[in-house]
Design a protein around this ligand. Structure first.
Ligand SMILES: CC(C)(COP(=O)(O)OP(=O)(O)OC[C@H]1O[C@@H](n2cnc3c(N)ncnc32)[C@H](O)[C@@H]1OP(=O)(O)O)[C@@H](O)C(=O)NCCC(=O)NCCS
Length: 144
């Protein structure tokens, strides 16, 4: 991901999340040196991911696929690549937060073997003034 990709990313981000990241969140991620990837087809960006490294573990901060390209295995392929890449580079596990209401994402992570390790109460903004919990999931890598 480069700064010049952020405009295309924001088109997707604003369409797929009720509470999207801002362009500034993506710029800050690049400045912070997080792993930030885009997936393109001939028409441009169709998916992206942002990954932060912690000691021994990576934190998946954002994983999104353009609405028109969903349900074709794009997220599965991107996540498979992220897991392989970070495992080869020395991580032992990947963790992430997901909304309990985000059925598609939960099924995606379940299919990879992610397990719930915690709950952050009232973590996400939600409709009106309310908040939604976050499920904390982790996938422990198999280095065998
Ligand atoms: C979640 C998201 C990344 C999935 O992307 P995708 O490319 O459509 O997912 P894939 O086609 O690779 O699907 C992989 C698996 O995820 C699950 N899944 C994905 N979308 C689903 C849906 N709409 N309903 C039910 N299950 C779904 C299924 O288990 C699917 O496997 P299957 O097709 O064999 O049933 C996409 O819906 C998205 O960008 N959503 C908005 C952003 C978001 O919520 N990101 C996750 C934040 S934690």
């Amino acid at each position: 991901m480069r700064e010049s990709d952020i405009e295309a990313i924001m088109q997707i981000e604003n369409a797929v999340y009720p509470f999207p990241w801002t362009a500034g969140n993506f710029r800050d991620s690049l400045k912070a040196g997080y792993d930030a990837w885009i997936l393109e087809d001939e028409g441009g960006v169709i998916g992206y991911a942002v990954v932060m490294w912690l000691p021994g573990e990576v934190h998946l901060l954002n994983l999104s696929v353009a609405a028109a390209c969903q349900r074709r295995g794009v997220a599965r392929a991107l996540l498979r690549w992220l897991v392989d890449d970070t495992r080869k580079r020395g991580a032992d596990s990947m963790m992430l937060e997901v909304r309990p209401s985000n059925g598609p994402a939960r099924l995606l992570y379940q299919g990879f073997g992610f397990e719930q390790i915690g709950l952050r109460r009232r973590y996400y903004p939600a409709a009106g003034d309310s908040r939604e919990d976050a499920l904390v999931l982790r996938l422990v890598y198999d280095h065998g």
